[in-house]
Design a protein around this ligand. Structure first.
Ligand SMILES: Cc1ncc(C[n+]2csc(CCOP(=O)(O)OP(=O)(O)O)c2C)c(N)n1
Length: 655
């Protein structure tokens, strides 16, 4: 069975003239034992909620999972797809892509991410088991990780979190082949991984990764451990290749015809390229049917549920069932804000939103990377999710922004939860690789990122984001939401929760802001991305565009301009991406035809020209910030109503 993986991997890579044969050939025995004897899954329904999750963290070894899916009988993974490895339109891209290929649990390739995704999957599993019971939710998460996965810094954060939360149903099978791209691992690494995982609270052992009995024994032991388990499987990269096995030469390029012929001989594999002997195929097909009884029993347990419980479980699976509760909650919060306006920081406004959203939407699972009190992501009464009680809904991620973001991806991929978290906006850089994968995979994760500008004040330029809004807006399929007051904050939360096709960042202030939206508005005005908040008195000479905390500056500047006889309108821009995605007539109507356009944002200009044009006036930052009380900083950097009014007047005078 393992040799079938090896043959398909070397043949597909050879045909594509690119790819990585070494890992699939080296880890084939591990995969054959895991899928052949242990993994719970249903090839006919790759999305069966109670399946075991398998994450190929070392995504470059993609042919391993493609070969396995094919051999197990996943209908979409035909031999034709294997032959079209790495070709346009195939379901066998260079690295595994979730949503593109049935049976792929997460998109991997950037090393370390898959491992941290798996931690999130294992968290979601425990949480949902605590919520719905072991009868509905009781599955394991397996990871195949390489040297590269374990060298990446994110692995440190992820394994520490998993050990702390005692995620006993998480098993990492480490393809311990001692080879990476540059050559022997000894060139760059001398960590004792078993000792490292043990120190992080895992069970850890070393085995011969080519001995099926040892592999099975280790997986069985993992199933009885009260901790997550690392199995360091000593393997030979490119196992079977006569001269390239055990060397970096088999890592990432086709073996070549001679080497493949030699490997066929060495492995005793006589079949033509892409041909699988009937007896081997039969063994794999049997493995593919192994979980049928378990699947049927699970279906029966679901069918036997009380109708309400069954409906709730199904609603959570769909992930779209909260719309009524969401709409009602948002409405109530907005009515309260209309009745008693709040002059609060938007981070506090977000907490006000969460005080209502968290009880109304049980799928929300929050957290913070050790900034809970600053991010305001834990409303009163939200219990902590811990090793002692997985039913809690708030996760203390520790100072681990990267693993937090990647674990959230895993939770969203697992399904039935909507993860949200907190950190400072400046540390979005620490989350970025995971955020990018959330955007690529179209996963709904919600990042509350507070302290969103020089408005945070005294902590100074190390903590003051300047380029981050632009950098985040540059990422496809990510929504950057920067509300200007409490009303926009609840509207932005609504947009983020409703959005099932990708991640959102809520950029929120530390400093208090006036509530600019007076009265009750049933519509979600933020959904337009930008809208006229305050019209001009008469024909507008100036349009003032701003986001977040700078909308109040724009409103004040409008009054100053009015005093000078200049009519100005204020456009709030809570989401540049939504606005730019609107049809051009709607965009033109919001942008208007005032001769002077000004944008105000306490961040760099990049991106704003799409709204104000290259001749527009920008009032914002072009350097790093400084350490001082925030009002002093706004004055120092010239982001004031007076500066805006002066810049607009000057520009108008020059017209
Ligand atoms: C974050 C990240 N950095 C770099 C790479 C490029 N890369 C792909 S595989 C690899 C290392 C290969 O070594 P190992 O992980 O041991 O895999 P093996 O050689 O055993 O297949 C590197 C550096 C990557 N995919 N992700």
């Amino acid at each position: 069975m393992a040799n079938a993986i090896r043959a398909l991997a070397m043949d597909a890579v050879e045909q594509a003239k690119s790819g990585h044969p070494g890992l699939p050939m080296g880890a084939a025995d591990i995969a054959a034992v895991l899928f052949g004897r242990f993994l719970k899954f249903d090839p006919a329904d790759p999305a069966w909620p109670d399946r075991d999750r398998f994450v190929l963290s070392a995504g470059h070894g993609s042919m391993l999972i493609y070969a396995v899916l094919h051999l197990l009988g996943y209908p979409a993974m035909t031999i034709e797809e294997i032959k079209r490895f790495r070709q346009l339109g195939s379901i066998t891209p260079g690295h595994p892509e979730h949503g593109h290929t049935p049976g792929i649990e997460t998109t991997t390739g950037p090393l370390g991410q898959g491992l941290a995704n798996a931690v999130g999957m294992a968290i979601a599993e425990r949480h949902l088991a605590a919520t719905f019971g072991d009868g509905l939710v009781n599955h394991r998460t397996y990871v195949l990780a390489s040297d590269g996965d374990l060298m990446e810094g994110i692995s440190h954060e992820a394994i520490a979190l998993a050990g702390h939360l005692r995620l006993a149903k998480l098993t990492v099978l480490f393809d311990d082949n001692g080879i990476s791209i540059d050559g022997p691992l000894a060139l760059a690494d001398s960590v004792d991984q078993v000792a490292r995982f043990t120190a992080a609270g895992w069970s850890a052992s070393r085995i011969d990764g080519h001995d099926p009995g040892a592999i099975a024994g280790a997986i069985e032991a993992a199933q009885h451990s009260d901790r997550p388990t690392l199995v360091a499987c000593r393997t030979t990269i490119g196992f079977g290749a006569p001269s390239k096995a055990g060397t970096e030469k088999s890592h990432g390029s086709p073996l070549g015809a001679d080497e493949i012929a030699g490997a066929r001989e060495k492995l005793g594999w006589e079949d033509a390229p892409f041909a699988i002997p009937a007896d081997v195929r039969a063994l794999w097909r049997q493995a593919g049917l192994r979980s049928q009884a378990g699947r049927a029993a699970w279906d029966a347990r679901v069918a036997a549920l009380e109708p309400d419980a069954r409906a709730e479980f199904a609603r959570r699976r769909r992930g779209d069932g909260a719309q009524d509760a969401l709409a009602a909650t948002v409405r109530t919060v907005k009515q309260k804000l209309a009745a008693s306006p709040q002059e609060v920081a938007t981070r506090r406004a977000s907490e006000i939103a969460l005080e209502s959203l968290v009880p109304a939407l049980p799928e929300l699972v929050g957290g913070s990377a050790d900034l809970t009190g600053s991010n305001n992501t834990r409303p009163k009464g939200m219990a902590v999710l811990s090793a002692a009680d997985y039913s809690g809904r708030f996760i203390h991620y520790g100072v681990r922004e990267h693993a937090m973001a990647a674990a959230m991806n895993g939770m969203a991929l697992h399904g039935s939860v909507i993860p949200f978290s907190g950190t400072f906006l400046v540390f979005s850089d620490y989350c970025r690789p995971a955020l990018r994968l959330a955007a690529l995979m179209g996963q709904r994760v919600i990042h509350v990122m507070t302290h969103d500008s020089i408005g945070l004040g005294e902590d100074g330029p190390t903590h003051q984001p300047v380029e981050h809004l632009a950098a985040l807006r540059a990422m496809p399929n990510l929504l950057v939401l920067r509300p200007c007051d409490a009303v926009e904050t609840i509207e932005c939360w609504q947009l983020a929760i409703q959005r099932q096709t990708g991640p959102s960042v809520l950029a929120l202030t530390r400093q208090n802001l006036p509530q600019l939206r007076a009265g009750f508005d049933a519509d979600n005005r933020c959904a337009a991305g930008a809208y006229e908040l305050v019209p001009a008195d008469g024909q507008a000479a100036v349009s003032l565009f701003a986001s977040g905390s700078e909308v109040a500056v724009a409103v004040e500047a409008r009054a100053l301009l009015a005093g000078r006889g200049i009519a100005a309108r204020v456009i709030s821009v809570p989401c540049v991406e939504l606005f730019l995605a609107a049809p051009s007539e709607r965009r033109r109507a919001v942008i208007g035809d005032a001769p002077v356009r000004v944008a105000i944002e306490a961040a760099v200009r990049q991106g704003w020209d799409a709204i104000i044009g290259t001749d527009g006036v920008f009032v914002g930052m072009s350097t790093f910030g400084g350490s001082a009380p925030y009002k002093d900083l706004y004055r120092h950097f010239g982001i004031t109503a007076a500066a805006v009014a002066d810049a607009a007047s000057t520009k108008l005078g020059g017209k």
